[in-house]
Write a protein that binds this ligand. Sequence first.
Ligand code: SF4
Length: 234
Amino acid sequence: MNTNKELNLLNQKIVYDFTRFTTTDYVGEISCIVWHISCNLRCSYCYNDNIVFAKQGLYTHNDILEFLNKRKSLLTAVVLSGGEATIHNLVYFCEKIKKLGFKIKLDTNGINFKSIKELISKNLIDFIAIDFKAPKYKFKLITKKDDYEKMLKTIKYLLKIDFPFEIRTTVNRDILDENDINEIINTIYCLGYNNIYYIQDFLQTKSNIGNITQNMVLNRSLIDDSKLTINYRN
Ligand code: SF4
């Protein structure tokens, strides 16, 4: 039986849209991706500005649960993405997804430690992908928020409890150069991270939040691959 609070949360139109089928986002799983509106950062290279600034989405969590109910034999996992999914209360939604038998992956910028910890402690998340936006000295420049330490706190916590997760960075070479990437590699390596480090290409659209372009290309030969396995994603 749902409480009023649960019903209210599950009926908010906070899902901008959802991708019905993907085999690439959560490795080894057949997933759908739920794109939540709004975000607690304002990254200059963000191309999801329509999602970040949306006041309302097209769907509710209940709509997604209805969809999942019909896809039990076709999908194995749900990816919670955005915007930043953790600024919404995800507990009831995740509980219901779990009851349907799906795995859950969370895509996050990592700064909402409290929410991430709660979801993990309730066994509602199976895998996390954290966007490591920039080294400390460039974090505010790129995200417009001074939340580097909050992101680091989450990474330290995931390492401490040995939670399965990956770290990735989106690179616009005009604002993040090879030295910055090597600084990130060194930081996460020293913290004890030993999974693959993913480097993703900046995607230029007509509406990147910072209205930025990219004129230079990352020189991969200058990236330190002696500490971690580096994987480049387009
Ligand atoms: S790129 Fe930055 S602003 Fe855009 S959704 Fe991700 S965290 Fe939010």
